[in-house]
Design a binder for this molecule. Structure first.
Ligand code: ZN
Length: 431
């Protein structure tokens, strides 16, 4: 019936639509890359000439949008390159990936943006789609503005100095104002750069016991305070990257209550791990900002559930084994996250910490809204960007099961529950 060329049958929707509550089984019909209709499941209905996928026991989500990924390409392709990063994204349920500018060379030149987009189109023509983030400053120096007009014209979706926090408030102000003239938002890595920069460990009892240099929460929160006041003063939006602590959450809540156009993201590891993951000098738990305390984890979970923190991003930061297998102080910060993010965060839904609906908003619709990327709400005409998720399957995160070139994750060897079993972009199957 009805000219559909793709039909996904007998699945449950993670987020109900106006006409289809989340608990009813549906048949999802797509044609020409768009959702045609979502009908109550009818086992007797026949679909002539369509590709039909039986998704009994599975859940449909819109394809996810990651607004914070490091792809290491150009320059450090041994950690990750655009093809391997997009492959990890596809298998992790991400259909749109925004990649940070701290490549080698830095993405502060339209030719680099164009080369990234070209590599992505060649390796993944049907998606996942790449949205490069341009550097805020030349070479991430924090002193000279990047050529944002050229970068925006070449396809940069936002601007950020991620990895190299901007110390100068005046420079930051000019950057936010300049980006706004191209309709682009600045994403800020909030870290006061004189307080144990990139220590990768929270300052507290655990760092003291381990004899490691720790970074206090105020290093992050003081920059968040600057940014939310800056956004209010300028009347311009600012997006705050990877929030890790309760004080930052409180400041974002304060700003939102005042009507300031601030948005924020956190990452799966800040919802699931504390500083104790660094015990035994485990460098796989070394991230920037660092893993904090249980009180911070609880605050972040609540902030994500209520929407004070809008977005869940991966901060996918791949590193090779030999780089992590060194002393804690010498190891680079970062967790490889694209393969595991959805399974990890799904673990929070059965206990009611996060509703499925809120998870879908935080991982798809909210980043889509903030950065102007169209997402699927399972309404007729929406893009047929669909993740078929099996919530029961158990899998072990390993070198064999992960598609990223780097497996630097504290969950390596752990059994995770729930995994993407199929992924369509524009109705084309990419997983
Ligand atoms: Zn960062």
């Amino acid at each position: 019936m009805s000219g559909a060329n793709l039909v996904i049958r007998a699945a449950r929707l993670a987020c109900g639509t106006r006409n289809r509550p989340a608990d009813c089984l549906v048949d999802c019909l797509a044609a020409e890359g768009r959702i045609l209709d979502v009908l109550p499941h009818d086992p007797t209905r026949a679909f002539e000439g369509a590709e039909v996928l039986d998704a009994s026991g599975k859940i449909l989500l819109p394809s996810l949008v990651d607004c914070h990924t490091h792809l290491r390409d150009p320059g450090q392709e041994y950690k990750e390159d655009i093809p391997s990063g997009l492959s990890a994204a596809a298998h992790g349920g991400f259909g749109h990936v925004m990649c940070m500018a701290n490549t080698k060379p830095v993405n502060d030149d339209a030719a680099i943006t164009e080369a990234m987009l070209d590599a992505a189109r060649k390796s993944h023509p049907a998606g996942p789609f790449l949205h490069p983030i341009g550097a805020l400053s030349k070479g991430l120096s924090g002193t000279e503005l990047a050529p944002m007009a050229d970068l925006a014209a070449a396809g940069c979706a936002a601007f950020s100095n991620d990895g190299m926090p901007v110390a100068s408030a005046e420079f930051f102000r000019r950057a936010v104002e300049y980006a706004a003239t191209f309709g682009r938002i600045v994403i800020d890595h909030c870290e006061e750069p004189t307080m144990a920069p990139a220590a990768g460990m929270n300052e507290g009892a655990v760092s003291a016991r381990l004899g490691l240099r720790g970074q206090p929460w105020v290093a992050e929160a003081s920059q968040v305070a600057r940014d939310v006041l800056m956004a209010e003063c300028l009347g311009l939006p600012i997006h705050i990257a990877h929030v890790s602590c309760k004080a930052s959450v409180d400041l974002i809540a304060f700003a939102k209550a005042r009507g300031v156009a601030v948005t924020a993201e956190t990452c799966p590891h800040y919802l699931l791990l504390t500083e104790q993951a660094c015990e035994g000098y485990d460098t796989r738990a070394k991230v920037n900002p660092p893993l904090r305390t249980l009180a911070d984890v609880e605050s972040l979970r609540q902030a994500l559930a209520t929407g004070i923190v809008d977005i869940l991003a991966t901060d996918h930061a791949p590193h090779a084994d030999h780089e992590k297998e060194v002393e804690f102080d010498l190891a680079p910060c970062g967790i490889s996250g694209l393969d595991t993010a959805l399974s990890l965060v799904w673990s929070l839904t059965p206990g009611g910490i996060l509703t499925e609906e809120r998870l879908v908003d935080a991982m798809s619709h909210a980043p889509g809204r903030v950065f102007g990327i169209e997402t699927n709400r399972f309404a007729p005409g929406d893009p047929a960007d669909i993740v078929v998720f099996d919530p029961k399957v158990r899998w072990t995160a390993s070198r064999e099961t992960m598609h990223s070139k780097s497996c630097n994750t504290p969950w390596l060897g752990s059994t995770l529950v729930g995994r993407v079993s199929a992924h369509f972009m524009g109705g084309v199957r990419i997983v």
